[in-house]
Design a protein around this ligand. Structure first.
Ligand SMILES: [Zn+2]
Length: 466
């Protein structure tokens, strides 16, 4: 049996400052080595000061993943030398004096399958190494410490996954959950990274390190399973090792480092006291947690009668569910859900497009209400939505500018209907004897008006004139 376990690193990107100093948690907008201070570059004599919000957000993640949360948490030094680690140790968590990391023994459901969460810990991100040129001919390596000290939550799972597809599904669900909690924006470059442990029956455990995208992680796990099966079938032993994902060649390669032999000489971080997280604080955090995705989904189904699949798509994406929450009324909820999941998703399917979109919840409400009152046809609404996302203009301005409004002027519509009646004598005769076939004529009117004829008025007028 194949066994796969994950270690996911997630940056708390919604925080203002780093884990132990006032530098910005959002390091991405800075010139290299300008978002730094004596604490995060580890100058002698500097002392860390723990970011309370980071502890709170990490505890929220632990609670959202059904973890046990201890009464007291502690921090440890993990000692190792690497150029991206300015202090030569990373401040992290470890469960040696009982459970002292922010969470443990949690679960997350992937469909019907329960994935066990071993533990959740809060730690600091190292800096970033930037290699000039290809990895083989690398001549210059640059270090940027802007990221050093960014709050990072590590989520470790039990080896409960059996195939790459389960891994991918889990990561999608987890990433939606973290975004919904308002603790992280997983679509930011480097905000979520993962390591995977892969072993097949009769073989040793192989670790694949530091993969930046879910897509690559799924591929790396798939490659690794195939590689191990191939070795096994030829009676070649699978050695326990750390491998890296080679993004260009799409294979895993042995890292041949001494990483596994490292003794991190963990010891308690004496500059940070043990932190007590009382039941009252946990209760308070619970009340501050946003509604979970599954509860949202259930509410959309039962309260508004939105179809299950639509409710699932809508609730799992915070961008869409926020739009929905701020736009809908009891009357137009289904219509708005429909506009978002059938028309809007294709228009804002990337992070950049979402950032550039000028669409406001009020626009969506206006569109839905106009469809329901017959002011605009669904087809035209789609064109109007495209314009709004681009320009942010009012719906009524767009309707008049692009001539998208429904034809609901009786005399104007009558003229078109009379034209159709004269063009389709056979169909008219048929409709007289068999009223069901009148829909064919309605279709002709719609064709002529490019879908802009008010459908109800068209039908009424046709019946009258035949
Ligand atoms: Zn700093």
């Amino acid at each position: 049996m194949t066994k796969i376990g994950l270690e996911i690193h997630c940056q708390l990107t919604k925080l203002e400052s780093k884990l132990f100093c006032p530098c910005k948690a959002n390091y991405r907008e800075f010139e290299p080595n300008t978002n730094i201070c004596p604490i995060c570059i580890g100058l002698p004599g500097s002392l860390p000061r723990l970011n309370q919000k980071a502890v709170e957000k990490a505890t929220m993640i632990a609670m959202a993943l059904n973890c046990n949360t201890p009464e007291k948490i502690a921090f440890f030094r993990k000692n190792y030398f690497y150029p991206d680690l300015p202090k030569n140790f990373q401040i992290t968590q470890l469960n040696v004096y009982g459970d002292t990391s922010v969470g443990g023994a949690g679960t997350l459901m992937v469909g019907e399958k329960k994935i066990r969460i071993t533990r959740i810990q809060l730690e600091e991100d190292p800096g970033r190494l930037i290699y000039e040129g290809s990895s083989e001919k690398n001549l210059v390596t640059l270090v940027d410490y802007n990221r050093a000290g960014t709050p990072l939550v590590e989520i470790v799972t039990e080896p409960d996954f059996e195939n790459p597809k389960e891994v991918r599904e889990f990561l999608n669900i987890l990433s939606d959950l973290l975004e919904n909690l308002g603790v992280s924006d997983p679509s930011l470059e480097g905000a979520m990274r993962a390591d995977a442990n892969v072993s097949i029956e009769g073989g040793n455990k192989v670790e694949i390190k530091n993969i930046g995208s879910f897509h690559d992680l799924e591929k790396a796990v798939h490659f690794e399973i195939t590689r191990q099966h191939s070795l096994h079938s030829r009676d070649i032993p699978i050695i326990q090792e750390t491998r890296h994902w080679d993004d260009k060649r799409k294979i895993t390669v042995s890292s041949r480092s001494k990483e596994e032999d490292l003794d991190y000489r963990y010891f308690l971080e004496g500059d940070i006291p043990w932190i007590k997280i009382s039941e009252q604080i946990k209760e308070k955090l619970k009340t501050e947690m946003p509604e979970s995705i599954s509860s949202k989904k259930q509410r959309y189904i039962t309260k508004y009668g939105i179809p299950t699949q639509v409710a699932e798509v809508l609730s799992s994406d915070k961008f869409y569910s926020d739009l929905f929450e701020n736009a809908h009324t009891k009357e137009n909820a289904k219509e708005i859900a429909n506009i978002i999941t059938t028309d809007l998703m294709g228009l804002v399917d990337t992070r950049e497009k979402r950032n550039d979109s000028k669409l406001k919840p009020s626009h969506l409400k206006e569109i839905a209400d106009s469809i329901q009152s017959g002011k605009i046809a669904r087809n035209s609404a789609k064109n109007a939505l495209y314009e709004i996302v681009k320009t942010g203009n009012n719906l009524s301005d767009i309707i008049s500018k692009l001539d998208l409004g429904n034809i609901s002027n009786e005399s104007e519509l009558s003229k078109i209907i009379e034209l159709i009646i004269s063009e389709e004598p056979q169909a008219v005769e048929q409709a007289k004897s068999n009223p069901q076939t009148i829909n064919y004529l309605v279709g002709k009117v719609m064709q002529k008006t490019k879908g802009k004829a008010d459908p109800k008025m068209t039908l009424d007028l046709l019946k009258k004139k035949i």
